[in-house]
Design a binder for this molecule. Structure first.
Ligand code: HEM
Length: 333
């Protein structure tokens, strides 16, 4: 469902903030020729190309690019929410796995590990690359601009000229990643919501021919057809950390080098290698030792506190990766 006027009003200051930060960069993928509108941030870049009439009639599909940084080659995962927030929107998760990039559509009703999306969204791959700093996937996403799960439904109407999207980025790889439908992930370390404003390059007459390049169904190692994704070895993946990534071709204004970090209200330190153990202060009344399978939100709710409280009790706490064995404070004296 589209946000109501009241909801938009409450989002306005924040959206305006986002508009100043996240500008649209037009990027042409050399190998496929696809022209994308992209929205880079420090951790990842997401982009879309739409059918030729998408700015006047709501599209049902798009061709997408998702490029995510990974400090260690072939690790981590990243995701997009087609409706902005994590909950009650179609989520797309992508991650490198044994030389391929696998994907999973997910659904969340709370800030907990999302379950598998049961709607008819379909992803087919055009190309993928994995290098020492990033992984990148170009794909076609059908039935991805409307979603429904149980009683809940929503959409991302392209005719409005912009979408409100969400992103998240994690450095810890999914567990059981060979099986996209039964994998589990720990909480991402960084996330945000951004306005994805379209410029005229987003809708293109060549869309149909671009979409027809999406012939690979990459299902992972758990059955189903396993067609390897054509790897665009020569194509250089847009690189979000250098933010140089999408080289603006016909690009409107902002130089991608000016791309800045996403919403400061949600973005956190990018460097997992510098992750420190939290340092519960002496005023801690109850501590908890992190065990395998824990994530910040779970620890917080299990102890009757909010995620923000958990973070404030534990300066320096890094939720991705959350260190097993670390001692965190869950109640203040
Ligand atoms: C163990 C799994 C996950 C947990 C525990 C989790 C938890 C959370 C929490 C607590 C927040 C709010 C953070 C804050 O405001 O500081 C959040 C935000 C977000 N999450 Fe997740 N998440 C998980 C998986 C995912 C996945 C798989 C996706 C998408 C593919 C996703 C997309 C988002 C987005 C877009 C936001 C920002 C928008 C919002 O706050 O609703 N999350 N998540």
């Amino acid at each position: 469902m589209r946000a109501t006027g009241w909801q938009l009003l409450t989002l306005l200051p924040w959206l305006q903030h986002g508009l100043a930060q996240d500008d649209t960069v037009t990027y042409t993928d050399k190998a496929s020729g696809i022209v994308f509108n992209t929205w880079p941030n420090t951790y990842m870049t997401f982009g879309m190309a739409l059918p030729s009439n998408a700015l006047t009639a709501d599209a049902t599909e798009f061709t997408g690019i998702i490029t995510c940084s990974s400090p260690t080659q072939g690790t981590g995962w990243c995701g997009i929410s087609m409706g902005g927030g994590m909950n009650s929107n179609l989520l797309l998760l992508a991650y490198p796995q044994q030389g391929q990039i696998l994907t999973s559509f997910r659904w969340a009703t709370d800030y907990k590990p999302p379950t598998v999306y049961t709607g008819d969204a379909k992803l087919t791959q055009i190309s993928s690359t994995i290098n020492s700093t990033h992984y990148s996937l170009i794909f076609r996403c059908q039935n991805c601009l409307k979603w429904k799960q149980g009683q809940e439904s929503g959409d991302a109407p392209t005719s409005e000229g912009y979408l409100v999207l969400g992103w998240c980025h994690a450095t810890t790889s999914p567990t059981n990643g060979a099986c996209p439908n039964s994998l589990s992930v720990r909480q991402h370390g960084n996330q945000g919501i951004f306005p994805a404003r379209f410029n005229s390059a987003v809708a293109n007459r060549a869309y149909t021919s671009w979409a027809s390049k999406a012939t690979a169904t990459v299902a992972g190692g758990c059955g189903g057809s396993r067609v390897p994704a054509p790897t665009a070895t020569t194509a250089k993946a847009p690189s979000p950390t250098t933010a140089k990534a999408p080289s603006p071709t016909t690009a409107k204004s902002p130089s991608p080098t000016t791309a800045k970090s996403p919403s400061p209200t949600t973005a956190k330190s990018p460097s997992p290698t510098t992750a420190k153990s939290p340092s519960p202060t002496s005023s801690c009344a109850k501590s908890y030792t992190v065990k395998s399978g824990d994530y910040c939100y779970l620890i917080a709710t299990n102890n009757g506190i909010t995620l923000d409280q958990l973070k404030s009790y534990n300066p320096g706490l890094n939720c991705d990766p959350l260190q097993i064995g670390a001692v965190v404070c869950v109640r203040r004296s």
